[in-house]
Design a protein around this ligand. Sequence first.
Ligand code: ADP
Ligand code: MG
Length: 701
Amino acid sequence: MSTINELFGSMVFNEAVMQQRLPGKIYGELRSAMAEGTRLSPEAADVIASAMKDWAIEKGATHFTHWFQPMTGITAEKHDSFLAPSGDGVTMELTGKELIQGEPDASSFPSGGLRASFEARGYTAWDPTSYAFIKDGVLCIPTAFCSYGGEALDKKTPLLRSMEALNTQGLRILRLFGDKESKTVKATVGAEQEYFLVDKSVYDCRKDLIYTGRTLFGALPPKGQELADHYSGTIKPRVAEFMRDLDEELWSLGIMAKTEHNEAAPAQHELAPIFTTANIAADHNQLTMEIMKKVARRYDMVCLLHEKPFEGVNGSGKHNNWSLCTDTGINLLDPGDTPEENARFLLFFCAVLQAVDDYQDLLRLSVSSASNDCRTCGANEAPPAIISMYIGEEMDEVLSSIENDRDFGMKSREEFKIGVHALPKFPKDTTDRNRTSPFCFTGNKFEFRMPGSMQSISGPNVVLNTAVAESLCKYADVLEKADNFEQELHALLKNVISGHRRIIFNGNNYGSDWEQEAKKRGLLNMKSLPDCAPCYLAPKNVELFRKYRIYSEAEIRARVEIKLSSYSKIVNIEALTMLNMARREILPAVSRFAGKLSETANAKLSLSASSGKNISCGYELALASEISELTDKAYILADSLGEAVKEAQKISDAFELARYYCDNVLAAMRELRIATDRLERLTDREEWPIPAYGDILFSVD
Ligand code: ADP
Ligand code: MG
């Protein structure tokens, strides 16, 4: 491939390919299925399937798969070859039926009890709004995954449903502003992806990285990220080559990888794509994570996507940049130039303000997991567990002036003259950043910064889309009945601002006083998944999801069940890995080292005796004694952890079990780690059985 233009999307059955390869009528049918969600006729499906297959075979593909996103959070695929018998030989085939619907043998995926084993086979249904693509010689057809009863068993179906809700309510508002042209309102998302790269040779020596994706032991190295010399620093040649290779793979799949840079921690990097429609962004982000891992291996590196692979240095997140866009190209969170645009912007802005306040519990829950909880419990890096919104001083001033019927008086920035009665002028640009805020307005979009690096972005976007749809629905209900639109709009904005002002916080989210202040404001502060899981079932939340047909109550119950059980399973695996490493690697090593010290001391003592010279062995004795004491302690702490894990087996209630893992097992793990990390600091590096933090964090040269 010579140019980016030729490379870009070359493995995607995209608009251009469809137009070129499909008869006009069929192309038209597919277009309207994509744009308006209409059903395809079986004949059209056959023609599209056949064209897709011919195109894929020309590109070297031999198999196809329905590519879907079960609730494990990663993607799944089952490959079928195009092979079909024909006379005495074979032919290559893909039928419309095979394109539209599949039945993966998927009985092992979590369903939270939605699927009894006798009806284990969920089915996959083609999502024509996300293009098919070729990956490793396989034609991948993006699909949704449902049970026979129609219950969603995946991450994509609810996302599509939430986008539909947002579209319906967004259009109601646009009509009120006299917009007759826009046919759709879609959520747009740009997901910035953080990750670590470490050398494969050190990774292979750490069972914790292999089994759990994070280090469970490890004393801090003398140098971490304090010099800020890694952040946006020069990219090392091996990493630069990886990034180039990665970009090319992503581009060929039509993924607009745009920015690549070094992040705050040593070995940490970030990739940002250009934003796109939310469901496509979700598909693309899943692919990006998968391909990052694959490409890293080519360079003898391993890509770590865990939210907190290393204690004491920055963890990885996934900033979810979110806005609303019409098919006519309007960004509804852009303040705009005209008074009408300003007013419309304010309404959509307030809809987000209210949504974030009303559904802070769901937003928090949507980013909670065993791994992301390691990052979001108030450590001095990621946003704390309290959801609040940063809007910048000027937007704050604008909202205050509406709330208090004052003129808006910021002088320094360009101001729009707003003609709509009683609405103030306000600044065009509020791109100031507050890096400590979990949810920021950044001029023409919001940035939700709590999602974890490993998570699918579907969950947080389902909540955002649905909660904003609900605000918009409330506003449309009022405004559609208004006699005087401008007056009613003004009153409504005023109400929303004063009712939800508490969620706005422009200060330092890491400050210790924020927690106190947030408590006074009545904001939630849920530190772990077991804290926030019950809120899924709060009547207001069940009602929200039911109203917009995102999840039935049964689907919500299934999802809570899956979240809780995956939390407990992950902590259990971590605890067992820790025990294994402590008992079979670390304790034997430190005991050997204490033995060596004792031998040396003995040798010195007998030499003293035989030579009559006093050879001191203070170092050996003191160290052997300290190490032995700590070793005993670690041995006992490992036993307590073992006991805690055993106790857990007796608990059957999912909520109680997750709570137990959080309060007891994680606590026992922390204790054990403190003892072993102290041992690491005292032990000869030659004797320490696993690579140290410094060896891992600075392993890629
Ligand atoms: P940073 O947060 O690193 O300063 P940028 O301002 O460049 O980054 O944007 C971050 C991400 O926001 C990019 O992925 C970009 O495509 C995305 N983005 C920009 N505009 C929108 C929008 N209207 N909707 C959704 N995402 C957007
Ligand atoms: Mg960002």
